[in-house]
Design a protein around this ligand. Structure first.
Ligand code: GLC
Ligand code: CA
Length: 570
């Protein structure tokens, strides 16, 4: 696998979520000139590729994942000239730029949908998914199926004018496109893909990449008995034509450019996942799986959170890694993105005593795993979840807001229930990734000179980029070092075979990564507790320490949250 020399395999990708990254004009919203002003910072970290979350024109019901025009830039983020400049400035620094491809749905403000909803006979009627109402025994109108939307409530919205419902797997303002219609697919390929490839972008992160092909429109089995709406993954995930659609997209557009693609697939059997990423299938280069980031949550409901044991974390990592061993496929390693909480809080310890060190521990873990590595803005400085005592009014994400509203509907004033929920919300909400990047210790963390659109984490005087860039003991500097270790041992760390050696141990996570050429192994040992633990190396052969987060380490003891990466000759 290492021999095929694809640039995106060795790459480290840095994700930018534009609204909260860097504001250049004081309107409180991050923007493209803000991004351009920090490219050297990103480059110096040792990153190769930037993935920019949607910056297209949008009413922002789901922060840009509701696109109203694929070929326009959201005016608050900047102009098309500024996008062109961003592409140029990235390339001038040897950075690639990858955009977000959101083509399962558009915004209801997209002109395609406006036409589609205008009448049953409009030529674009069939570009979206319209179905007739059902009626119950009492004559009450009901949606075509009982499916639950990812953002709570029904997946169907009634449209008075034509007396039909349209499908929206996500927000009401995100109608699903009808991929069965060839004309629709052609229009998507043109506007969403070709337009940007021609401008020189280097690929796409493919949003909800497993969802375009719907299986059938029937009621889902009832698993939440006290809800009218039921989980319906089997009807839209990895559907019958999904692989055909991806192949077509590559054949007609993507295959004509030297670009990378990474699909948000999330879940699937090994066999199914391999279809997406196997080189001979020609669908996409790699996928994101959610085993790690959804650890402890019910996959049908992220806010149903039950915690996890370290052995389950190991299993999750193994699942994500081994599915492609011995195949011609490729994958990813990551612990954060714009849909997930901060990993220091989630998997480490965000107390003042341990957050720096446990942040480095997580860096060692994800940067020693096989696949293309993804970092999320702020992760490099160890940003944490937002404070536990923030009021619900500080949460701006439609996912959080809708869920909370449903809860209040169901439990009314039950303060205990609501307080319980707030704990989970604080732990797993997407809002945690969306608080502004903490650039320095000045007002609003240097994110904006105006009023930020969403609240800055109170801990910015302690956690910010300016104080870390030149501090050799910081999270930022550790990432710089770790990325170098990863690249200079890439046969094992980027391409190697994973062997977990201590599945039953609930305190320490140890594994070997055997190099692709069989010449050496990396040996990774990670203490996930706040206690010191006796340590005995399992490596045989000449062993050299490559990196650790413990400055004067004691050979036979792992200090709290200590991690080590060794190189072992075989
Ligand atoms: C993906 C995105 C998420 C968005 C959803 C709908 O899961 O990552 O942010 O809300 O798709 O587009
Ligand atoms: Ca701005």
């Amino acid at each position: 696998m290492i021999q095929d020399n694809k640039w995106w395999k060795d790459a480290t990708v840095y994700q930018i979520w534009p609204a909260s990254y860097k504001d250049s004009n004081g309107d409180g919203v991050g923007d493209i000139p803000g991004i351009i002003s920090t490219l050297d910072y990103i480059k110096n970290l040792g990153v190769d590729v930037i993935w920019l979350s949607p910056m297209y024109d949008s009413p922002q019901e789901d922060m840009g994942y509701d696109i109203s025009d694929y070929t326009k830039v959201y005016p608050k983020y900047g102009t098309m000239e500024e996008m062109d400049q961003l592409i140029k400035e990235c390339h001038a620094r040897g950075l690639k730029l990858v955009l977000d491809l959101v083509i399962n749905h558009t915004s209801d403000q997209h002109k395609w949908f406006q036409e589609s909803r205008s009448s049953k006979t409009n030529p674009k009627r069939d570009w979206y998914i319209w179905k007739k109402p059902r009626y119950d025994a009492d004559g009450n109108r009901k949606p075509p199926t009982n499916w639950i939307s990812y953002f709570s409530g029904s997946t169907w919205e009634y449209d008075e004018k034509t007396d039909e419902y349209y499908l929206h797997m996500f927000a009401v303002g995100q109608p699903d496109l009808n991929w069965e219609n060839e004309e629709t697919r052609k229009a998507i390929y043109q506007d969403a893909l070709k337009y940007w490839y021609e401008k020189g972008v280097d690929g796409f992160r493919i949003d909800t990449a497993g969802m375009y092909s719907k299986r059938s429109y029937e009621d889902a089995p009832i698993v939440f008995p006290d809800s009218e709406w039921q989980p319906c993954k089997e009807f839209h995930q990895n559907g019958p034509r999904i692989h055909e659609f991806h192949k077509e997209m590559v054949e007609q557009v993507t295959g004509h450019y030297d670009v990378m693609t990474v699909g948000e697939v999330g879940h699937g059997s090994r066999e199914e996942n391999l279809k997406y990423v196997s080189a001979k299938e020609k669908e996409m280069n790699m996928i994101f799986l959610f085993d790690l980031v959804e650890l402890g949550s019910d996959p049908r409901d992220r806010f149903a959170y039950n915690g996890y044991k370290l052995s389950e974390l190991k299993k999750a990592i193994e699942n994500q890694s081994v599915f492609l061993e011995g195949t011609d496929g490729w994958s990813t390693t990551f612990s954060e993105n714009h849909d997930q909480p901060r990993s220091v809080t989630r998997f480490g310890n965000d107390s003042d005593e341990w957050r720096v060190k446990s942040g480095k521990l997580i860096a060692m873990m994800i940067a020693s795993l096989t696949g293309t590595l993804y970092l999320y803005q702020g992760q490099e400085i160890g940003m944490t979840n937002v404070p536990k005592d923030w009021d619900i009014s500080e949460y701006k994400d439609i996912n959080s807001i809708n869920y909370y509203a449903e809860l209040v509907k169901k439990y009314g004033d039950d303060k205990k229930k609501i307080a319980e929920f707030m704990k989970t919300l604080n732990l797993v909400a997407r809002d945690n990734a969306r608080s502004p990047v903490q650039w320095d210790a000045s007002a609003h963390a240097g994110f904006t000179t105006g009023t930020p659109w969403t609240r800055v984490n109170d801990n910015y005087p302690k956690i910010n980029a300016a104080s870390q860039v030149n501090d050799p003991t910081s999270n930022y500097s550790f990432w710089v070092d770790m990325l170098k270790v990863r690249k200079s041992n890439k046969e094992s760390l980027i391409y190697g075979k994973l062997e977990v050696v201590d599945f039953e141990n609930e305190e320490v996570f140890s594994y070997f990564k055997e190099s692709d050429d069989g010449k050496y192994k990396s040996y990774v040992v990670l203490n996930f507790t706040d206690k010191s633990i006796p340590f005995k190396s399992l490596a045989s052969g000449k062993t050299e320490l490559l990196i650790s987060n413990q400055p004067d380490l004691v050979e036979d003891t792992l200090s709290p949250y200590e991690g080590r990466v060794y190189k072992v000759q075989v």
